[in-house]
Design a protein. Structure first.
Length: 182
């Protein structure tokens, strides 16, 4: 079952995954560029940059600012990997053989990557909340952490990815058994 498919959904999915993977790489590069900028700003080594309001966040906690940038770069690296795995699954589906052990592994890795992204996002949110309160803007403008019921969608996505990985693993095993009996 290795027929090629020109399915518009698969083609658009592959294009979107490639676009999002490229955007993750570009954004990751930009974030990594700003890490040394923040370090240099915190040591007053870039005169004239920032003006009079040079960056209350950097002055308040340069370590937190750098930590947030590092965490963002880790999130973007995980997303780059996530979209790469998704693209590989789409390619195999287009070739007509998605139920392979490799796709089961890819789905499993995607679930772990997405779980990692969400955990890192919570850590970034906590650091952001901490820095905002250090700067002194959090108390009077209602800047509070926002954890709503809608954040449960991430948990659902992770569970669905793990379940799909098991389904693909089982499907691949069934296909191997079928080939052995025919």
């Amino acid at each position: 079952m290795t027929e090629s498919s020109n399915d518009a959904l698969l083609l658009s999915g592959k294009l979107l995954a490639k676009l999002l993977q490229g955007a993750s790489a570009l954004a990751g590069g930009i974030v990594l560029f700003f890490i040394p900028v923040v370090v240099l700003l915190s040591h007053d080594m870039l005169p004239g940059l920032g003006g009079a309001n040079k960056g209350g966040v950097i002055e308040a906690s340069p370590v937190s600012a750098v930590a947030i940038l590092i965490l963002f770069s880790l999130i973007l690296a995980a997303l780059f990997q996530f979209f790469g795995k998704l693209r590989a699954i789409i390619v195999s589906a287009g070739e007509g053989d998605p139920f392979t052990p490799e796709n089961a592994k890819r789905l499993n890795v995607m679930a772990w990557l997405f779980l990692g992204v969400k955990i890192l996002a919570v850590i970034v949110g906590g650091l952001r909340f901490y820095v905002v309160h250090l700067v002194g803007k959090g108390a009077d403008n209602g800047n509070v952490p926002d954890f709503s019921i809608y954040e449960l969608d991430a948990v659902l996505i992770v569970i669905v990815l793990f379940i799909l990985a098991r389904i693909f693993r089982h499907g691949a095993a069934m296909r191997a058994d079928l080939k052995g009996t025919v």
